[in-house]
Design a binder for this molecule. Sequence first.
Ligand code: SAH
Length: 346
Amino acid sequence: MEGIDILSLDKSRLEEYITSIGHKAFRAKQIFSWLHEKKVRSFDEMSNISKELRETLSKQCYIDYPKIIKTMTSQIDGTKKYLFEMNDGSLVESVFMIYHHGNSVCISSQVGCRMGCTFCASTIGGLKRNLSASQMLTQIYAIEQDTQKKISNVVVMGTGEPLENMDNLLKFISIICDEDGFNLSQRSITVSTCGLADKIRELAKSKLQITLALSLHAPDQKLREQIMPIARKYSLDEVMDACRYYFDKTGRRITFEYSLIKGVNDSLQCAKKLIALVRGFNCHINLIPVNPVRETGYLRPDKSGANKFLETLKKNNINATLRREMGTDIDGACGQLRKRHIEEEI
Ligand code: SAH
């Protein structure tokens, strides 16, 4: 699309732009509120902005929302999956979830992914491109408008590796947390990474109060390399050091995600190694029975196997939970909706 992607400008950049075209800085705050608090989709709706300025904005900028092309709603718990089409035809998946502590949206940060985790459907077709800040924001705004529900938590855990798209991720956080806009608190945002150690350190330096989730999935280097190719580039030691650094800089407890895969990482020996690995770490372990993906052949352990793993951690005073499963009747988490749609089109 041509022109300025106005939804990707944080308030200070919007101010710079508005003053550069000869208007007062306070106009930027009003426009920002139209875009991110009231979430209008056209400049014409900005009723306290002069016609002349609205016309200039229409000529120079665009407000772009993705199209909802498919949804699936769980009859069990109201989880709703969305398949969006971006203006270049790219497909992106997001999920709306209802928890007792509020409604949560899981957004994608890239179109596709190049990290190659062996259990994940999102990476099978590779990476197409990064999403802009506005394309991360509008997944949330479009879902809010569709559900008419307040969204109090955001997890960047959909398709893509968010720390590979750091600039846009930081812009996204700055905009969504702005008090003149959506006004989300940083503590209500979780960013999940497969473990780009240098980027974790970079993020730590920005001293945000967001939660960092590390996709650990294996308690030692050898097994981690087998299931996550990124582990060859950043060793487990490096990644754990980076997480410690993150905690030291921000004071925020780290979440470790551990997808239980039957016969791969769910043994008692793995549980013991995991305990030793995180001993003394201020963290929370989130166990997730792996979502079976046709291409991977991986299966989840049965309920008693998953519970045994959990109990072993707990008995050793490790803070851990087995993730409540959401939308089991609409399966296909982790990029499978998008992938299936692409296959059907071909
Ligand atoms: N790239 C980031 C964020 C996207 S993946 C990351 O790796 O963390 C979000 C989470 O879903 C990660 O923990 C990822 O490992 C996990 N995941 C991917 N495929 C899965 C599957 N089939 N079953 C369970 N969890 C999966």
